[in-house]
Design a protein around this ligand. Sequence first.
Ligand code: NAP
Length: 314
Amino acid sequence: MTSANGAEMQIALAGIGTIAKAQHVPSIAGDPDWHLAATLSRNGRIADVPGYQSLDAMLAAHPEITTVSLCLPPVPRFAVAAEALIAGRHVMLEKPPGATLSEVRYLADLAQANGVTLFTSWHSRAAQMVPAAKAWLAGKTLRKLRVTWKEDVRHWHPGQAWIWEPGGMGVLDPGINAISIVTEILSEPIHITSATLEVPENAQTPIAADLQFWHPSAEVSMVCDWRQEGDQTWTIEAVCDDGQMVLADGGARMIVDGTEQLADGPDDGEYPRLYKQMADLVRAGRSDVDLAPMRHVSDALALGHRITVAPFED
Ligand code: NAP
């Protein structure tokens, strides 16, 4: 069915909070393939878009909706995702795709059983220079890779209680973005060998983390910290036998041996790229379920040595 605005695909957005408003709504609006037909949220609304508080009611009122994109926090996401898949709708998941690996595996099976698409999106992989970094590393012998992911939680996640609760992942919620890039650009397998997690005395999840990974030829490590004020740092530095590469600003910039690299084309933005990917997956009748970033975070939480630090006050 084609909508009034000519878009081929009718989509609903669930969990109208920070990222839905900042990225999903404008990306859908700017993509001629998609039309935002309705939203599902207890409190959040988008002007001029019908809003619902239950998936059932939304799908009953809008049978034309074929895709549901979920921006809820990871813990409450599973129930809505499962219901949408069982109702025969394609599902796109914000990162991290769920609270546990097992529940997302189950969602993948449900998608297959119902003949619909499941897309576990990783927005940082859609950053402008990630493909160039992957191409630069291909065939080189990596000796060292250092991730530094330091940002101010009060600026990026004000008032979000869920990030401090079990399943919220704490600083590994942004940290998983770095891991999603690392697992995309490295062709070799890695796994966590040790982790230190600094957990505020009034929280269940870490405010800072230091991770070490096994890699066949390189020393691979990552530090992430949510207490960084002023300049924010989202950097991946790679040292190879024949050169050095820095992926900066979360993957938006790439510097090779000290020289800034030019992008191939204009920066379309991470989320517009994700919605193009989703449209391609739906048209091709395929799913894209990559749990690697989440596996490493689960392993860090399983192996992590916890240090209790000062309570966090928002
Ligand atoms: P948020 O601002 O807290 O919004 C999430 C929305 O989900 C809430 O506004 C809430 O809307 C709904 N919700 C339903 N059940 C909930 C529950 N039990 N607890 C809390 N909210 C509930 O979160 P967000 O920052 O948009 O993050 C959502 C997802 O996007 C996370 O997985 C996060 O990792 C990812 N993400 C966030 C950012 C960012 O910078 N914030 C960037 C990229 C990706 P109602 O009250 O209306 O139901």
